[in-house]
Every structure is written in structure tokens, then in C-alpha cells.
Design a protein around this ligand. Sequence first.
Ligand SMILES: [Zn+2]
Length: 180
Amino acid sequence: MAEQHAAQSRPAQPGPAQPHIPRPGPYAGRPVGSDREALAVAIQEARDGRAGGGVPIGAALVVDGEVLASGHNQRVQLASPILHGETDCLANAGRLPASVYARATMVTTLSPCDMCTGAILLYGIPRVIIGENRTFYGAEDLLRLRGVEVVVLDDAECVALMEEFIAAEPDLWNEDIGEE
Ligand SMILES: [Zn+2]
């Protein structure tokens, strides 16, 4: 039964895997002068994601005062279990040298889950801006424990986005955080 289910849920094979093409997104190059301005980009990504029928969590990678790439949760749009706001953003940024990650700030509308926290730690991103951690408290304590600077802005717009979504799509939200 498990095999049958796996076969059914697997999309048709599109042929050989294609190299990943970076797509920094519509906000790349935008200068950001403050944490709030950086969060505004992540919020716009979250809204873009919700408008596309998806989970409203967005992220941006800021390097040297400007947006390098942004992204949003792609669970619905790309049927992806691993493209959260932060990991979609990292994928969109493409392959980067360690020296760039070392100067980067990850900006996310919601407290990062275990997976995204792992990606932030793996690439040595030293600073994380979080829109809110009221609707979901991820692994931000682990980030702090590992020396990452964590700034929580407790933004009302981020809270409202998630509250609206969780109320409207509870099953989709539970799927996104690995719960029934
Ligand atoms: Zn995540």
C-alpha cells in the first residue's frame, strides 16, 4: 500500500534533472536601510505566496544593504515539502561563496522551523530578522545558542497574515509543520 501511494503521489518523471537556475526575484537589488524595510520585502513575498494560493510565509536574503534574493513558501505552488520561505529564498539566490553568506541577513516573516534553522546554520548566516513568533515558535533558540543574532520585530501584519491563513486553511498549515 505504501509503495502504491508513493507511486501515485510521484509526479511524472520529466527526464534528466535540470541544473538549478537562480531566480533572485522581483525585489532583488532593492536597497534596505533598516530591519523594518527588509521585513517589508519578506512580507510582500508572503502576500505574493498567499495570492498564489500558498502558505503566506516570505523571506529575503539581504547582503551589503540590499536584497540579494527573496522567496516564499512553495508547498502548494510547486508541491514542494522543502521549499519554505527561507529555503526557497536560498534556492533563488543560487550558489554563493561562504564569504557572501557570512555577510548576509536572513529575513523571514515567521520564526524559522527546524529545517530552515538548519539551512541558516549550515551556511553560516550570522543574523536573522523574524517578523513574528506568536503563531509559531520555531528553532530560534537554537540559532541563538549557536551564536546567530536573532531580532524579533513582533510585527502585527505578519501575525495577521498567519492568523488569517491558519483559520482559513488549518489542514494546509498542519501539513506544512509536519502535524496531522
Ligand atoms: Zn521552514
